[in-house]
Design a protein around this ligand. Sequence first.
Ligand code: CDP
Length: 201
Amino acid sequence: MSFTVAIDGPAAAGKGTISKAVARHFNFGHLDTGLLYRAVGARMLDGVEPVAAAKALDARDLDRTDLRSAEVAQAASKVAVIAEVRAALVDFQRAFARRSGGAVLDGRDIGTVICPEAEVKLFVTASAEVRAQRRFLELADSGTTYEAVLADVRARDERDMTRAEAPLKPADDAVTIDTSALSIEEAVAQAIAVIEARQQG
Ligand code: CDP
């Protein structure tokens, strides 16, 4: 039986951490859909045309070690505005969502476009300053500054929220978790509580 948890939200809001913890807790599979766009963005930086890159994406592209860089993040949000790129990635995401035993997918449009029938939809957010601070700590070794990370986060939010195709926004029936003032444990506990309530009908 399938059970889909859709987790959407802006850059560095804590979706990845919450998704992994929730998947572990319920023994569900987890797909970080941002990695698909990052992999296409990385191929674009290699000089490959993005639609062709999305259609030809394979598992090895997802293993690249540069996918978490700020440069690839910006490239990801640029290729993510292209309708044909998004279309090329739909079937893979939907098949994953329907896998038996349950699935958590995190991204920008999971509850709105990819899995509108998901059993649980969460919108995980936090202030831009808090998100930039978290991402800055993750990227600490790269020699970047907090101000540069904040500018990157804001630019990507703007592009993600204003694009015509599958813009970032909460689904009408999503539960919002604002993690600005929450610890990881508190945020994960809130997510688990929402899922348990849904499982119990
Ligand atoms: O980890 P972080 O939140 O910084 O980014 P990500 O989830 O890896 O996503 C990178 C970029 O991919 C986003 O800024 C979006 O432009 C795009 N994306 C998307 O359009 N749709 C998704 N379902 C996931 C990511």
